[in-house]
Design a protein around this ligand. Structure first.
Ligand code: Q9C
Ligand code: ZN
Length: 371
């Protein structure tokens, strides 16, 4: 299997994120992608390719150009405005209640981008868990190029390919970044495939969290079906979207399927949800599927609350591939660093129809040596 990877993500290394007002050790760190790369290299059955540059046009096909401009200048603005921070987090977010009672006609006029960076970051951001540092923009552009190069491989005839995207993407909406995500890699990929093939495209999101950004981007679209299995938003991020009664509107009516699950979800309960999701995808035509692949469903994940094991990832990969569609598989979350490489190897080997044998005890350290 071809794997698309770029070291551009290394510039987006994060020490701290904010959690409910205090700095805590960051979860979405560079080590994650290096763990996966190292395990796939050690496997021997994966061929690595560098992404090619695809420019800004495929990004503005799904994102507001203002978001791109903000992310491009945010770090230099923080410095220019003389605010000494190791990462940018917003000061004020425009809570919808701030505008309560104000009319539909006046509201668009009030959606104005401030100039101070703490307000500007609140205007484009969702939450304080997407720390922005000096290398973030270049890394986020790199992740989009990884996704689009994975698309190129599949449109060029590969049955499946894996894009090792970092930072992840599925929380990023048309005009918003958040949840460790800056550009929505999967949405950019799906849109590029719709445009290239004229076919319907489906997205299966198996990250632990609901992909609010992907749902928002395709909410009214009849040509992109979004199906997500995730933690119920009553108890988990992103809290305000991801419930089962969110099914799309207009031409997209019935094209959005959310499957929210309980804390402690087992392998068996998760596989039932996978079968339900695959049934929904099989019900509509199309030859390509984008997979938003997260491993924060793993039992030991520090921010998840499901109970999945490495073996079940192999089985999920197998069932997804059994759909018979070509697969553009893109990395999203997953924060238990020691298991990430094995979980990715298990999933991808399952999707290829290869058996899964664990690597020698101890696994692999970033840097490549067997321990
Ligand atoms: N106590 C992805 O998995 N909130 N994003 C974390 C931790 C943000 C997850 C709170 C979670 C974002 C791509
Ligand atoms: Zn997640």
């Amino acid at each position: 299997m071809q794997v698309v990877y770029t070291p551009a993500h290394l510039g987006h290394d994060i020490a701290l994120e904010t959690y409910m007002g205090v700095p805590v050790p960051a979860n979405e760190v560079a080590e994650r992608a290096e763990r996966i790369r190292t395990a796939l290299e050690a496997d021997g059955g994966f061929a690595f390719a560098a992404p090619t540059e695809h420019g800004e046009e495929p990004i503005t096909a799904v994102h507001d150009a203002g978001l791109v401009r903000f992310l491009e200048i945010a770090w230099s603005e923080l410095r220019a405005q003389g605010i000494p921070r190791s990462f940018l987090a917003a000061d004020t977010y425009p809570n919808v209640a701030m505008f309560e009672g104000m009319g539909e006609e006046t509201l668009p006029r009030m959606r104005r981008e401030p100039s101070q960076i703490g307000g500007r970051s609140g205007f484009w951001g969702l939450d304080t868990a997407a720390p922005l540092v000096a290398g973030t923009y270049v890394a986020a552009r790199g992740a989009v190029d990884v996704a689009l190069t994975t698309v190129d491989l599949v449109l060029g005839g590969e049955r499946l390919a894996y894009g090792l995207c970092r930072p992840p993407g599925h929380h990023a909406a048309r005009s918003m970044y958040g949840g460790y995500c800056f550009f929505n890699n999967a949405a950019v990929a799906a849109e590029a495939m719709v445009r290239a093939t004229g076919e319907r495209v489906a997205i299966l999101d198996v990250d632990f969290h609901h992909g609010n950004g992907t749902q928002q981007i395709f909410w009214r679209r009849g040509d992109v079906r979004y199906v997500s299995i995730h933690a119920h938003p009553d108890r988990q991020y992103p809290f305000f979207l991801g419930r089962a009664d969110e099914t799309g509107e207009g031409p997209g009516s019935g094209e959005n399927l959310n499957i929210p699950l309980d804390a402690g979800t087992s392998n068996e309960a998760y596989l039932r949800a996978v079968d339900q999701a695959l049934e929904s995808i099989a019900a509509v035509p199309g030859s390509v599927l984008v997979v938003s692949l997260g491993f924060d469903t793993y039992g030991l994940d520090p921010i998840g609350d499901f109970a999945l094991t490495t073996d079940v990832y192999h089985e999920i990969g197998r069932r997804v591939a059994d759909l018979g569609r070509r697969l553009v598989i893109l990395q999203e979350g997953g924060y238990h660093r020691p298991s990430l490489g094995e979980n990715a190897r298990a999933w991808l080997r399952g999707a290829e129809g290869r058996s899964f044998d664990p690597l020698p005890a101890g696994g692999f350290t970033p840097g490549g040596s067997v321990v």
